[in-house]
Design a protein around this ligand. Structure first.
Ligand SMILES: NC(=O)c1ccc[n+]([C@@H]2O[C@H](COP(=O)([O-])OP(=O)(O)OC[C@H]3O[C@@H](n4cnc5c(N)ncnc54)[C@H](OP(=O)(O)O)[C@@H]3O)[C@@H](O)[C@H]2O)c1
Length: 254
């Protein structure tokens, strides 16, 4: 059956891919963005201008939707307020199924403030009284390639040291899973999704730098604090959930 689905953050890295997948499956898609529709954008979606920070435009965006895939983020505490505002508005308007994307290991990396905020967002979704589904994913390949690209003016490429390992995945694969969840029944916490390989942050940064033609030293930095130790000890990994098929090199080649 065709559903009407609102994608918050539908202009972002992950949200764009969720929108694309839902359209492929011929669902009706509404995108929530703080901005007007970009000139020349021809995607067959409904555009809802709104802001999760202020609540402006939210009621209209939620009217008539069956599900909301909540991908909007500013990172950290800002996400908590935005998630609370979204779920409160959704409770008033139609009580749609809320599908929230979180990060693998947010309950293990308790000393990382970003992870604490994500865990709190999960709790808000779980306890808000709406039908809900939460999917945790590992870091996206694009996070690594963008972090390296952002340093192209520096004489070195900085990355996490101390042997920190990551298990990145293609955002397209996380998006496919989310799109499927959004058109299904609410399932609560579903099994994590993670990339096919576990590699050191240093190796990934070096590989991305080479692919971007940045021939400069990769400097892996150890950070002080418990959060770094939690990450170093594998808090963000899900070795038993390596369901992603697209490896880092393959992603970059595409
Ligand atoms: N990146 C990763 O490696 C990764 C891995 C696992 C999980 N996740 C999770 O996936 C989700 C999406 O991440 P992403 O990397 O795709 O994010 P992103 O590319 O930074 O996109 C952020 C989105 O949030 C929207 N947004 C920001 N502030 C808003 C506001 N006040 N009101 C409404 N919309 C707002 C932006 O839309 P406009 O600018 O159009 O308003 C944009 O579409 C996040 O929850 C993140 O934690 C990310």
């Amino acid at each position: 059956m065709q559903s009407v689905i609102l994608v918050t953050g539908g202009t972002g890295t992950l949200g764009r891919e969720v929108v694309r997948r839902l359209l492929e499956d011929e669902h009706e898609v509404r995108v929530l963005s703080r901005h007007g529709r970009p000139e020349g954008d021809r995607l067959p979606v409904e555009w809802s201008e709104g802001d999760l920070k202020t609540g402006a435009g939210l009621d209209a965006a939620l009217t008539g939707v069956d599900a909301v895939v909540h991908c909007a983020t500013v990172g950290g505490r800002g996400d908590v307020a935005m998630t609370r505002r979204l779920t409160r508005a959704a409770l008033r308007i139609g009580r749609p199924h809320v599908v929230y994307v979180s990060v693998v290991g947010v309950d293990r990396a308790r000393s990382v403030s970003f992870c604490r905020a994500k865990a709190e967002c999960e709790r808000i979704v779980e306890e808000c009284g709406l039908p809900w589904t939460v999917l945790r994913a590992t870091q996206f390949h694009s996070l690594i390639t963008r972090a390296v690209r952002a340093q192209r003016w520096l004489p070195v490429v900085l990355t996490l040291g101390g042997g920190v390992r990551l298990q990145p995945m293609a955002e397209q694969e996380a998006a496919s899973r989310l799109a499927g969840l959004a058109v299904g029944r609410p399932q609560g916490r579903v099994p994590d999704v993670a990339g096919p390989e576990i590699r050191t942050a240093r190796d990934l940064a070096r590989t991305a730098a080479r692919a971007q033609g940045l021939h400069r030293p990769v400097v892996a930095v150890r950070l002080p604090g418990k959060g770094f130790r939690e990450v170093r000890d594998g808090a963000l990994l899900a070795p038993g959930r390596a369901v992603g098929l697209v490896g880092f090199e393959e992603y970059m080649a595409a």
